[in-house]
Design a protein around this ligand. Structure first.
Ligand code: FAD
Length: 322
């Protein structure tokens, strides 16, 4: 028995959310008195692979196949299922990021394994395998006991502090039985927006709502985001009106973010918006209406006109950072 963790990469770098999953899986392995093995797909440097030891993995299985540089879900499921068998893994851990959300449920069906998606605590293994997760958009918790022999857990990103230790991992080449016929799609181009901090991995998010009046005013928000080294986000009506791209929309029907700091500018704080941001560690709200519901969820609030407050805040941040 062992714990297997899927550590996904983007352009050769292991994602921060994957490091969090490796750390989580390694702690589960310690609890169960067994070893943690990470699996990495695609071309990744030897140093990057070995660095997973610093997050608790004792072994890394590496499938160094260039066809896997951009992940195709079906192929990923097949490879991880084979690795589960090879490693005799009873617990399989993912990040609840894009790839984890796509692969974990399919693997669960294939292995007939119980799955808890979006874990926010280590499992309680004193009586079963009980994993805590958010339900009802973060308004309540559920403790779910996975009773099947094989158990899958995906870890809600930005839930645990990721801390590098001094461990080392042995890297082992793994050649699963996949062929060209397993690849059903071909990714022809991957476009990234240059200079942008990826929203779901960001430690700080600066987000704007309808209170900013129009897309031409987003400069003040971008200046603040730039000064803070933050990603930018928006409320749904802003994306619906095409003031900002849809990949910035957070909330119940958009992305869920859990940064260390979420700055909401000109956003009322509707329940559907809060559902995607209320896991943030610190929330700062800037709104000219003192009665805006967002203030109830805020750690710090500034009642004022965004067009006056935000530029001043940006100047203060720049001054502070020198
Ligand atoms: P408004 O509600 O119009 O609020 C604008 C705020 O700006 C106000 O509080 C106002 O006081 C303030 N303001 C105005 N001028 C200034 C100024 N000069 N300076 C400072 N503050 C100012 N919404 C989401 O965001 N994400 C979702 O995923 C989402 N999913 C939904 C799903 C469903 C099924 C439904 C029904 C709705 C969903 N919504 C979602 C919409 C949600 O209910 C709200 O309508 C939306 O969040 C409001 O966006 P807003 O706060 O930007 O705009």
């Amino acid at each position: 028995m062992s714990v297997l963790i899927f550590a996904d990469q983007f352009q050769g770098n292991i994602k921060k959310s994957a490091l969090e999953a490796v750390q989580y899986g390694s702690k589960v392995a310690q609890q169960l008195g067994t070893q943690a093995t990470a699996i990495v797909l695609g071309e990744v440097s030897a140093d990057e692979l070995a660095s997973l030891g610093r997050y608790g993995a004792s072994k890394v299985l590496h499938v160094a196949d260039a066809r896997l540089n951009e992940l195709e879900t079906g192929v990923g499921v097949k490879i991880i299922a084979e690795a589960v068998e090879k490693e005799n893994a009873d617990v399989i851990v993912f990040s609840h990021n894009f790839s984890g959300r796509a692969i974990a449920p399919q693997l669960s069906a294939r292995l007939k394994a119980g799955l808890v998606a979006g874990a926010i605590a280590l499992p309680d293994t004193s009586a079963g395998f009980v994993v805590k997760k958010n339900v009802f958009s973060g308004k309540a918790f559920a403790n779910v006991n996975i009773t099947s022999a094989k158990k899958i857990v995906s870890v809600l990103p930005n839930t645990f502090n990721v801390e590098a230790g001094s461990g080392t991992a042995a890297v082992e080449a793994f050649a699963p039985s996949i062929s060209d016929a397993d690849f059903k799609i071909k990714i022809t181009k991957v476009e990234t927006v240059s200079g942008e901090v990826p929203l779901t991995e960001a430690e700080i998010v600066v987000s704007g709502g309808r209170g900013l009046k129009g897309p031409e005013n987003w400069g003040i928000l971008e200046d603040l985001a730039h000064a803070l080294g933050a990603a930018t986000a928006c409320s749904r009506p802003v994306a619906d009106a095409h003031w900002r791209p849809h990949h910035e929309h957070v909330g119940q029907t958009g992305f869920t973010v859990r940064p260390n700091l979420y700055v909401a500018i000109g956003i009322s704080g509707a329940i559907q918006h809060l559902a995607g941001v209320n896991g943030s560690k610190v929330i700062v709200v800037i709104n000219k209406d003192a009665e805006a519901p967002f203030f109830k969820a805020a750690d710090y609030g500034i009642v004022g006109d965004a067009f006056e407050v935000v530029p001043k805040l940006t100047e203060a941040v720049k001054k502070y950072k020198g």
